[in-house]
Design a protein around this ligand. Structure first.
Ligand code: C5P
Length: 334
């Protein structure tokens, strides 16, 4: 059912992501950093529902709702308005009401805002019947909205290059089990973490090589071998995130002490992703972290999972057809 009951509504489910590799290169002239990253979509989902409305609006529910803006700065609203503006000539669209059920930690390095933007693009394309808007245009709009948005359209496991917006899918069979730790109120701003990374590199005079995908990681992913993947998880932003939120060092130590195969800060943090070998290990680790680790939300997830996917299209209730009245000669039969 649509939130309003009987009007047309489209719902899309979208996962969060973690980064199995995040190699950060030098800062470019446009202020972004050249990246080579391996995105991995995990089974923590937001659900975005759109329906026609008199004016544009966004409403957020779920455990993290209080931390999400509900004005025009919400990336989902920007996404809907951008698609409306770039729609093919001759098509007509109505403003939409956007409802987000928010389960992906906010400002956590899991691309939750980007995920909602990607989901909104998919939902509005369906609602507005813009079938002829090709994936290429959707991806171009997505890239303009944010570096992580194109990946959230794809999901799975994929290499991101450029500033993260150029996606090359990796075909990998099998799944990995994760335990995610998200600290309430620890949220980090992405630009702040990149700036801290630059500062730490400058202080240490670390040479900054051009970022490239890790061959070892790609090989390990082909077999989806948790220990082999765990051995090469790497995030160049991790030291910067730990420098800004020192509790993350305690979280990483606690997870490893409690039996995680490996742990890594996701993206610009502060979510920490622990890799385990099975669902049973995930349960043990999450119970251990809840009892003995630093305070935070603990979620079990698997990956890879698909990106933004249509889950429901409620069509407006059609008025029942008028009863067929027999003509003057009675009903036509035969
Ligand atoms: O693209 P997005 O809006 O997600 O990026 C947010 C901020 O993160 C950018 O303004 C920039 O400061 C930083 N960033 C970066 N290099 C990237 C991606 C993001 O410096 N490749």
């Amino acid at each position: 059912m649509s939130p309003a009951g009987s009007t047309e509504a489209v719902s899309v489910r979208v996962p969060g992501k973690i980064n199995l590799q995040l190699a950060v290169g030098p800062e470019r002239d446009d202020g972004y950093h050249e990246l080579s990253t391996v995105f991995h979509a995990v089974s923590v989902y937001d659900r975005v529902t759109v329906q026609p409305a008199e004016r544009w609006s966004v409403h957020v529910t779920g455990p993290y709702a209080h931390r999400v803006p509900t004005d025009d700065s919400n990336l989902a609203v920007v996404a809907a308005r951008t698609l409306a503006r770039r729609r093919p000539r001759g098509t007509k669209v109505d403003p939409v009401r956007i409802d987000i059920d928010k389960r992906i930690p906010v400002a956590g390095g899991m691309a939750g805002g980007s995920a909602d933007a990607a989901a909104t693009l998919v939902a509005c394309r369906e609602l507005w019947a813009l079938d002829h808007v090709e994936n290429g245009l959707l991806e171009e709009i997505a890239a303009g909205l944010g570096s992580d948005v194109p990946f959230m359209l794809h999901g799975g496991t994929a290499i991101g290059s450029g500033r993260g917006e150029r996606i090359t899918p990796i075909l990998a069979r099998g799944e990995l089990h994760w335990v995610l730790w998200a600290g309430e109120g620890l949220g980090l701003s992405t630009p702040e973490v990149y700036a801290e990374c630059d500062r730490l590199r400058e202080v240490a005079r670390t040479p900054v090589p051009d970022p490239a995908p890790s061959g070892e990681l790609l090989t390990a992913l082909r077999r989806m071998d948790a220990d082999a993947v765990g051995a090469v998880l790497r995030n160049d932003l991790q030291d910067a995130a730990v420098s800004l939120r020192p509790v993350l060092a305690e979280v990483l130590d606690a997870g490893l002490d409690l039996g995680a195969r490996a742990g890594v800060v996701s993206g610009s943090g502060p979510t920490v992703a622990f890799l385990v070998g099975s669902q049973a290990e995930a349960i043990d680790l999450s119970v251990g972290l809840a009892a003995n680790g630093p305070m935070g939300d603990i979620v079990r997830a698997v990956g890879p999972v698909p990106g933004a996917q249509l889950v429901q299209h409620v069509r407006p209730t059609q008025p029942p057809p008028p009863p067929t009245r027999p003509g003057p000669l009675g009903p036509v039969t035969g």
